[in-house]
Design a protein around this ligand. Sequence first.
Ligand SMILES: C[S@@+](CC[C@H](N)C(=O)[O-])C[C@H]1O[C@@H](n2cnc3c(N)ncnc32)[C@H](O)[C@@H]1O
Length: 371
Amino acid sequence: MNLKSYGNEENHVYQAQIHLFKHIYSFLSSMALKSAVELGVIDVIHKHGKPMTLSELVSSLKLHPSKVSVFYRFMRLLTHNGFFAKTTVLIAKEDGDDEEDEEVEETTYALTPPSMLLINGESPCFTTIINGLFHPSVMDMWHSSKKWFGEENEQALYESANGETFFNFLNKDSEAYILSMFQEAMAADSQMMKFALKDCNHVFEGLESLVDVAGGTGVVSKLILEAFPHIKCTVLDQPQVVANLCGTQNLNFVGGDMFKSIPPADAVLLKWVLHDWNDELCLKILKNCKEAISGKGKKGKIIIIDISIDETSEDHELTKLQLNFDLVMMTLHNGKERNKKEWKKLLYDAGFTNYKITPIFGFKSLIEVYP
Ligand SMILES: C[S@@+](CC[C@H](N)C(=O)[O-])C[C@H]1O[C@@H](n2cnc3c(N)ncnc32)[C@H](O)[C@@H]1O
């Protein structure tokens, strides 16, 4: 089978080349975004409080004056990709004589909603996800993928390439900043819950207690408590994650191991947790969750927030993002994003009898599970 079997029309060949090159070159868009974050372009425009001209940006960012034209082209791609919005303004140009100053047209760059998610100090801020995903150990592992595909073991690509698991790398003392960077990235995503909570209030109504399993620094629990202050929330995570965290009257941090046991409650929340693990380990977690809610009989519930891949969706870009997430989970720690059929099997295998999947968190879904 070759291109000729599709006919010789030029259009086919050109379209094929465009498709191919789009994918080969797509990493440049990611890299340009990473550089924009590193340079501080987004923070500088945010602090300026209004759109900035190219020369204002070059001077605020302390770029070398010889880089003005390359910086313009860099901003051109990022603007095309939707991270900056361009407007033209008239700026008075002083010409030194007594005559009225001449006005010249200049382009200014403003932030857009996607770049506003990358402002340091604002909430949510996703720069830590960029720093984490583009860490050299994560980027470089891809050079070992051929070796990895030839190996019999069950190591993730990250471990095969770097000689240690991704979670070990996060937990290493010498890399403490990496663990806090990861926790910050998770916390940023959790902040997004505040936009969706109103759509899923019904899920938390009537609950007296909730365990946020692998709940990190407790951002989601705190948001739930803002809406439902009477719920007794327990955040269970690894001892080193919760060691220095202070609870409140209704928020309790517990260091433990979700594979061993989970404190009892009316409901268990698993946000962005099951996608980290293979089916065998997810079954262990889910069975412990089932045990934790057993005191509530048929009324206990598990609330899962994770991706449910929909390959039939007409939103091709959304599905692509979900499939990209699946590769991140697969290569970093043998986790996986699941489609509807895979969720059904996993939940029934864990002994649950009833569940409902609702896509309400952008690319993620709310999955309500009952015994
Ligand atoms: C992807 S993060 C999700 C954090 C949080 N649920 C959120 O959405 O922000 C996964 C979490 O699992 C925690 N974790 C890993 N192994 C664990 C274990 N055996 N018991 C409890 N928590 C664990 C990690 O420390 C991390 O906080």
